[in-house]
Design a protein around this ligand. Sequence first.
Ligand code: NI
Length: 195
Amino acid sequence: MILPIYLYGESVLRKKAEEIPQNTPEIKAMIDDMFATMYQASGVGLAGPQVGKSLRIFVVDTAPFVKDNDDDEFTEEEKNELMSFKRVFINPVILEEKGESWKFNEGCLSIPKIREDVLRPSEVKIQYLDEDFLPHTEVFKGIIARVIQHEYDHLEGILFTDRISPFKRKLLQGKLNDISKGLITPDYKFKIPKK
Ligand code: NI
């Protein structure tokens, strides 16, 4: 089932999300719905709060980075890695972020039609449960780390526009206000923001 995506201005996007206490059929169904919702919106990551659930879960599938990219931005090895990276992160905890900070042009399904360069460390060490509630601790780098960092922020009530310079944010404020008023809308299913 495709769920409506909550847009900038919705309070759930600003709340710290709650841990998921146990595996239930509802969580299984929610994971399926989150993937379906992410794919129809052509996203590479989607977090619980973005579908109105203040729960510590996000899904990632980085294949569209390769599919939607004709130019040779990636090496064969990177392409293979991105094409096959599909993962569910439940109750994740970032244990460490390190490496040189680098700029990547980020977008967000909750902030349609806005993209900005965001600086983040290149590596992330994260502990999480997968869709079967099995625990993992892994280190991710590059674009995969980037998607994880962006999605993890959603669980803390942080949006990528919080991580750009105050000057750039000021320039964007009009557009952000327009999203929250329902004046800028995406071409996928979304929740009409409260006026
Ligand atoms: Ni996002």
